[in-house]
Design a protein around this ligand. Structure first.
Ligand SMILES: [Zn+2]
Length: 336
């Protein structure tokens, strides 16, 4: 670092009586793309802000014969760039206890004065010994602005064609969003005609008591059932029956079925998101996410990645069949 502050015989130190000016400029958050391109001077500490994604588990390791707490996590910026971060000791504990007690939604973390570490060509950002300060979902300008950009980001992707579509018809592609037929939730619930429309809504809750994955048929993606051999009257573990294909299948594919409640200004309804939707959002297959849950000993818990979808806005494409008055969208439309 080219600069140093020297205290000489003539330096006066006095208690700070006035507020430090330029309060709004106290952070200088570096863009993730800049960091990842490794153009940055490794000796200069940096400020970063991002949303916590992926697991963040506290581990105890031994460094120079002393026990030491460490926490790895990934931060995502408003785009799709992700950086790996490492937090030590009390920083690790602070983040871990916050995440443990947090009930869902996005966690935005601002870390000031972090060290850049490049090892074997891989970049991580690490907490300093004492320099780092953490702000987790705090009510400060930087975090509030970041959160605003996050929700705008979702809105802007929904209006330029790369859309989340929710539909019971696997042939619908996101290129064919029926923007000309936009409906509110109350209009959807009160109309009895066959329709294809889109709904602008926020995921307000996930049904965490319902399973978020199922074993699907590799052919038609419908849920398979255990196969009961009619002759022996025993369930054969390596075979499954598919009602869709009306056949016995020997392999299955783990697929998403995330039940959620969505809300707009007119009301609420229930949707189920399948592979097409969820993979677009969290960039992981149901199999990968389940493996990850099992690996971190939380196979029975509802994945945090999915809980992170709560509060986010999407455009849902709905194919509504012609129905009687008993029509209930949650089961008729989307239940496999
Ligand atoms: Zn099938």
């Amino acid at each position: 670092h080219p600069f140093k502050i020297f205290f000489t015989w003539s330096t006066h130190v006095k208690k700070n009586c006035e507020e430090i000016p330029n309060d709004s400029l106290r952070f200088n958050c570096i863009s993730f793309d800049d960091l990842l391109s490794q153009k940055h001077d490794e000796k200069v500490f940096v400020d970063v802000i991002g949303e916590i994604v992926g697991p963040c588990d506290l581990k105890e390791i031994t460094v120079r014969n002393a026990p030491c707490k460490i926490l790895n996590l990934q931060l995502k910026d408003c785009g799709d760039s992700i950086i790996n971060c490492v937090f030590w000791e009390k920083y690790a504990e602070d983040i871990h206890s916050y995440v443990q007690s947090f009930s869902g939604g996005a966690i935005v973390l601002l870390c000031s004065l972090m060290r850049i570490n490049i090892y074997n060509g891989k970049l991580t950002i690490q907490s300093g010994k004492a320099s780092t300060k953490l702000f987790i979902n705090s009510d400060i300008t930087e975090i509030n602005e970041f959160k605003e950009t996050m929700s705008k980001d979702v809105m802007s992707t929904t209006s330029c064609g790369s859309l989340l579509t929710l539909s019971n018809c696997t042939q619908v592609s996101s290129d064919h969003i029926p923007f000309d037929n936009r409906k509110t939730i109350s209009q959807l619930l009160t109309s009895y005609e066959e329709t294809r429309c889109c709904i602008y809504a926020t995921i307000c809750a996930l049904k965490i008591e319902a399973p978020w994955w199922y074993l699907g048929c590799p052919g038609c993606a419908k849920k398979v059932n255990p196969y009961l051999n009619p002759e022996t009257e025993e369930i054969e573990m390596d075979k499954f029956s598919c009602d869709g294909c009306e056949t016995i299948v020997c392999s299955t594919k783990t697929r998403y079925q995330v039940h959620c409640k969505v809300l707009d200004h007119t009301g609420t309804t229930s949707f189920v998101m399948f592979d097409r939707e969820v993979i677009q959002l969290i960039h992981k297959s149901a199999y990968e996410l389940l493996e990850q849950q099992v690996q971190f000993n939380c196979g029975n818990e509802f994945p945090r990645e999915l809980l992170g979808l709560e509060g986010r806005e999407f455009v849902f494409t709905v194919n509504k069949p012609e129905t009687s008055k008993n029509y209930t969208p949650s089961t008729l439309l989307f239940d496999y």
